[in-house]
Design a protein around this ligand. Sequence first.
Ligand code: SAM
Length: 242
Amino acid sequence: MEQDSKVENQLEEETKDIPKEQNPGCPKSYLLHFNISKQKNFGRLVRSAAAFGVSEIFVVNSGKGKLDLFGHQGTAKHMDFRFFKKLKEVKEYCNENKISICGIEIIEGAEPVHKMPFRGDTLFMLGNEGTGLNQNQIDVCDQFVYIGQYTGKTASLNVACAGSIILHSFAVWANFQEHTRVGYKYEEDQVDGNSHSNIRSVLNHDADQVREERQRLKEMNDKAMDDGAAVEGIGDIFGEDP
Ligand SMILES: C[S@@+](CC[C@H](N)C(=O)[O-])C[C@H]1O[C@@H](n2cnc3c(N)ncnc32)[C@H](O)[C@@H]1O
């Protein structure tokens, strides 16, 4: 008995730095970064992916330049990234690993998300802000899903909003376990400098930090304005008007 608990403790100690599998036994979701042009949209998608239990973020990156993730609000360090040089490589990887590629688009043959038309492990791919999914993207998809809209006031949703709705629906369909709430928030995992995430090596960290700080100060200022008093000196910090 005592021996058993000794072994258990030793096992726990040895495996404590290995990330635990989220939602074991449930289908997995993945998100692909390809053809999204605004960094803030991708940053926001990373944040939603972190919230909705996405297992990995796939990035097609020809190796040129660093990845900008403005708006991820620190969530990238919790995520695992897998890099590919070409969309074709993504398709091969998905075929080998039985991952269905689902295009999120208002397109002929797409199924409405409220019907939960998911098939198992799924990689989600969104279209460009201006032009939607391109032909290369369409050609690698196994299925398409769209979000019903109920007025004629806008032709489509913002790409990060569309992705967030789909990732949330997948989490509901896959029966992911809801995380622990604390007060008005969800309990956040602590990640130290040795985070398992491989994002640090490619993150455009300096530019990202400056933009995040600028955004934080702008939000503080907006809030202060609402409360009747602007925060002074924001323009001085960045050498420009807030
Ligand atoms: C702003 S939309 C693209 C613009 C639009 N295709 C056009 O031609 O004006 C950007 C992306 O968001 C996603 N999207 C936006 N609204 C959607 C909806 N109702 N259903 C599914 N995807 C949507 C799609 O991936 C789309 O390619």
